[in-house]
Design a protein around this ligand. Structure first.
Ligand code: PEP
Length: 255
């Protein structure tokens, strides 16, 4: 019913040479049957988007960005990149509210909601990231934090906007740490998120894709994706290795 989706977040990694090798690896390993069972995207840093857009031509892999300005532009926003610019260079997706943006750049729920709306306004599909820190989990606040992050976007942008997005549950304590949420932990929060959306619109809740992110690897992808509310993954470190990334896509495609 919901087609699996795997997105790679390259974060602040890569170079023109390394990216070309990585995309060549994807081109070789990403077979047509795989791609027909799973949507796939990669999200390079801004400066490489146009290069990678050309390199991805003829492959089933879509392009995404890691962030967008919340303002439509053009305008006086030095250092920012607008959603329409991302569309212009070939992006189809954009991450909004990644925990590293929230943590290191002070992005709050209101700003994240505006970024999501800016992306949708130009026809990009936002990948809205939510997740709790270790302290929040240990304090029993996981549902409270996730509800706040999801509701902020539901309130500001509306449930239809969330329905045109993809959500990614990324527990902060699992990102880049090698410590993955157990399939049961992931399912528990995914079920909670779906319930939160269902409180506004049951049909949208049933069709929106919920990805899990946080140290997803080829070795743990299958058990995570076997969970009923886990529709794929947002993959950081493992997306920098073509073989590993395609093995994760294969696990999602078997869902
Ligand atoms: C991420 O960057 O969103 C992520 C989940 O990273 P990693 O897979 O390396 O934990």
């Amino acid at each position: 019913m919901r087609k699996p989706f795997v997105a790679g977040n390259w974060k602040m990694h890569g170079s023109r040479d390394a990216n070309a090798r990585l995309v060549q690896g994807l081109r070789t390993a990403m077979t047509a049957p795989l791609a027909s069972h799973c949507d796939v995207a990669v999200c390079p840093p801004f400066v490489y988007l146009a290069d990678v857009a050309v390199q991805l031509q003829g492959t089933p892999v879509a392009l995404g960005a890691q962030d967008t300005c919340a303002e439509p532009g053009p305008g006086a926003r030095t250092g920012e990149v607008s959603a329409s610019m991302l569309l212009d260079v070939g992006c189809r997706y954009v991450l909004v509210g990644h925990s590293e943006r929230r943590q290191f750049h002070g992005e709050d729920d209101g700003l994240v909601a505006r970024k999501l709306s800016a992306a949708l306004a130009v026809g990009l599909t936002p990948i809205l990231c939510v997740g709790e820190s270790l302290q929040e989990r240990d304090a029993g606040l996981t549902h409270h934090v996730i509800a706040r992050q999801v509701d902020a976007v539901l309130d500001a942008a509306g449930v239809a906007a969330v329905g045109r997005s993809v959500l990614a549950y990324e527990p902060v304590w699992a990102i880049g740490t090698g410590r993955t949420a157990s399939p049961e932990q992931a399912q528990e929060v995914h079920g909670f998120i779906r319930g939160r959306i269902a409180a506004r619109d049951g049909n949208i809740a049933g069709s929106v894709r919920l990805l899990y992110g946080g140290s997803v690897k080829a070795s743990n992808a299958r058990e995570l994706f076997a969970m009923p509310d886990v529709d794929g993954g947002l993959v950081g470190g493992a997306s920098l290795n073509a073989e590993e990334f395609v093995a994760i896509v294969a696990a999602a495609a078997r869902k």
